[in-house]
Design a binder for this molecule. Sequence first.
Ligand SMILES: [Mg+2]
Length: 178
Amino acid sequence: MKKALFLDRDGTLIIDKHYLADPAGVELIPGVITGLQRARELGFLLFLFTNQSGIGRGYHTLADAEACNRRMLELLGLGDELFTDICIAPESSDQPVEFRKPSPRFIHDSMTMHALDPAQCWMVGDRESDIEAGLNAGIHAAAVCTGKYDQATWQEKFIPGMKLFSNFAEFAEWLAAG
Ligand SMILES: [Mg+2]
């Protein structure tokens, strides 16, 4: 069975700019290129799993979110096929939920479709909804301090079962250390 990382986008891979719609605003968080390379070398499939409630709220379109993803891939320079699959959850918080984190739906679907081993899969993100999506799906969950919360705040908000890292690069190094 295969192993995989499910990665949040805003606050985890790129700087969270709240309802980012303009690809010119995409800015990588330091260390993510090395971290993603490392994860790939370790044999992890990579999935992008991003809540984009700005679509549901009518602030921007799905095409805007896709354009930002393309810009992120361009800046990463790790190939257009870096992610095995991408889920952009468009629901706003007051709309019926299909994919919006903490729903585990995308992770569940991907585990089935790609024969992933839940014991070797992680959801990585900067918010409670990321951690809960991972734990709801029965995989591991790692929080990073490059988005909504700093280290001290995450320690206060600690969710049983999660692991805490200062950033994605540190998480990837920890994975590599086995
Ligand atoms: Mg985020």
